[in-house]
Design a protein around this ligand. Structure first.
Ligand code: FAD
Length: 521
């Protein structure tokens, strides 16, 4: 379409400082790919939708969107682009639910593969398959939302073991990053809970891989930022699903006591099923609390609690139970809480179904959508901070940089390195315990404290502090834009990452929005 081509050419011109290059348009794409026999189809009129993401700060128009009707559609398209070789500028980006932060699932002038179309085609064939027995697992399409996987497995009394806080993300999307939540201390991130993958490589080959078979590709793709192949199916480990969850929040005013208790809990054999935490910096309001669908049983006491302007730390815990085990759960929770040192008047809890707990962020999404506050820019910053420097980090960041202003929830919880398989592509700090610290800012206004500029300024100060003070931080969902930055991010692991890229996607066709490898020309 002319509008697409114009925008794209303008973008390329800007990027190259006035040097023109050939930008594929609809005719080029039709000429290159139109002869493919597909179960699905290409479309050209939804390019704008494919150029948006949750971050809402980057918009790169693709030349076409593939709505695959089968895995072979994905393979045929990638194979054709591979055959076109170096002379074609076409790239291919798998798009999960488009919840990236800075264009990672976009492809300027390339082809966006709408993975949810593949999931829909698979759903028609009932392709989410649950297997019980001694090692229960589910086979799920790469474009399936985790919430749908959960609904299907619950029918069998089973559920995946490791989650993200929000389930309206796709299987292939979170497995390409890591997939971290409050269960990771026990089960590891989602990438540590996968038994097998089906992948379309950058050569257009369909490969099944696992710990035993084609293991190099298997580990490459897990946390691989979409660089080595498109995950079309994943086999995910399951466990018996509880019916209910006791969901608890307690408050601390002292960071050391808060983190000591968190670490004590993740080190114990007998402990809670989910352990997270967040930082409350003298703020209220829906943007700060948008993750909260938590309604404590004693709302009066909760609402009367005064923070007096202090920074507070909230430890968030759950214990799973079935109705006939409520007494045992009460005893276990009581015993565990008695070992903690929170402010004694600040124990808040509620009992909800397992589904309600896992889908908690969606409840807040609906509230924000109703107020037009979901589709605002999200200049998020997610850091992995080693235990040895987290106190220094907290003192500077919560005590100084964010003292007066922040625009969203701040997550902070520890995980164990031993639960992260170091053969995957995921990059983590080099220490036994490290903290996930997520600054989940929204930027609803174009200027002032609610603006992208303000949030980015704070983010830059935080990153700058880490870099200048030897914090040993690694970014999660890193928004790097140059290969130099990526090399520094991967450190000693860069060589392996690059070798795997040459092996599985030698022309650098896949996931161009990560900006790691330029398309070979
Ligand atoms: P997309 O954003 O569409 O894609 C992400 C990247 O993976 C892109 O590079 C894309 O090309 C590639 N990709 C997508 N599908 C495939 C595939 N099938 N095969 C290969 N590559 C693929 N993350 C956590 O770990 N823990 C959390 O608790 C958490 N909470 C979140 C809450 C919200 C509200 C949001 C918006 C995000 C959250 N995330 C969390 C981040 C989430 O993991 C990323 O957004 C991730 O990108 C998944 O989103 P997606 O499925 O929409 O993938």
């Amino acid at each position: 379409k002319p509008s697409i081509v114009h925008c794209l050419k303008l973008l390329m011109l800007l990027a190259l400082g006035g040097v023109t290059m050939h930008v594929p348009d609809e005719d080029d794409v039709v000429a290159s790919l139109g002869a493919l026999r597909l179960d699905g189809h290409f479309s050209f009129d939804d390019a704008h939708a494919a150029a948006r993401d949750f971050g809402n700060r980057c918009s790169l128009l693709p030349a076409a969107v593939l709505h695959p009707g089968s895995v072979s559609d994905v393979a045929a398209t990638v194979r054709r682009v591979f055959q076109l070789g170096r002379s074609s500028p076409l790239t291919v980006a798998a798009r999960g639910h488009g919840h990236s932060l800075l264009g990672q699932s976009q492809a300027a002038g390339g082809i966006v593969v709408k993975m949810e179309s593949l999931a829909a085609a698979a759903a028609a064939a009932r392709a989410v398959r649950v297997h019980g027995g001694a090692s229960p697992h589910v086979d799920a399409p790469g474009g399936e939302l985790w919430i749908n996987v959960l609904h299907e497995t619950l029918k069998h009394g089973l559920a995946p073991r490791s989650w993200t806080d929000y389930l309206h993300l796709t299987v292939g999307g979170t497995l390409s990053n890591a997939g971290v939540s409050g269960q990771a201390f026990r089960h590891g991130p989602q990438v540590s809970n996968v038994n097998q993958l089906e992948i379309v490589t950058g050569r257009g080959e369909v490969v099944t891989c696992s710990h035993e078979v084609n293991s190099d590709l298997f580990y490459a793709a897990l946390g691989g930022l979409g660089q080595f192949g498109i995950i079309t199916r994943a086999r995910i480990a399951l466990e018996p699903a509880p019916k209910m969850v006791r969901w608890i929040r307690v408050l601390y005013s002292d960071f050391e006591t808060f983190t000591e208790d968190q670490e004590k809990l993740i080190a114990s054999e007998k402990t809670f099923d989910y352990i997270e935490g967040f930082v409350i910096i003298n703020r209220t309001g829906i943007l700060n609390n948008w993750r909260t669908s938590f309604k404590p049983q004693d709302p009066v006491q909760a609402s009367q609690f005064q923070s007096d302007g202090r920074v507070l730390y909230c430890l968030e815990l759950t214990m799973n139970f079935n109705h006939d085990e409520a007494d045992i759960m009460e005893q276990e929770v009581g015993a565990l809480l008695s070992r903690l040192r929170y402010i004694s008047s600040t124990l808040f809890y509620t009992d909800v179904t397992y589904l309600e707990f896992l889908d908690r962020v969606h409840t807040s999404e609906l509230k924000l959508r109703a107020q037009g506050l979901w589709e605002v820019p999200h200049p998020w910053l997610n850091l992995l901070i080693p235990r040895s420097t987290v106190h220094k980090f907290a003192k500077e960041v919560f005590g100084k940089i964010l003292k007066d202003s922040n625009n969203g929830p701040i997550l902070l919880y520890p995980v164990n390195r031993t639960k992260w398989d170091n053969r995957t592509s995921v990059v983590i700090p080099d220490e036994e315990i490290f903290y996930l610290v997520g600054f989940l800012s929204s930027a609803p206004s174009s200027s002032g404290h609610g603006s992208v500029e303000h949030a980015m300024n704070l983010n830059n100060k935080i990153v700058d502090f880490c870099e200048k003070n030897g914090v040993g931080m690694k970014q999660y969902l890193a928004p790097y834009t140059t290969q130099k930055q990526w090399k520094a991010h991967f450190g000693a692991r860069w060589e392996t990452f690059e070798r795997r890229k040459h092996t599985y996607d030698p022309l650098a066709i896949l996931a161009p929005g990560q900006r790691i490898f330029p398309k070979a020309s």
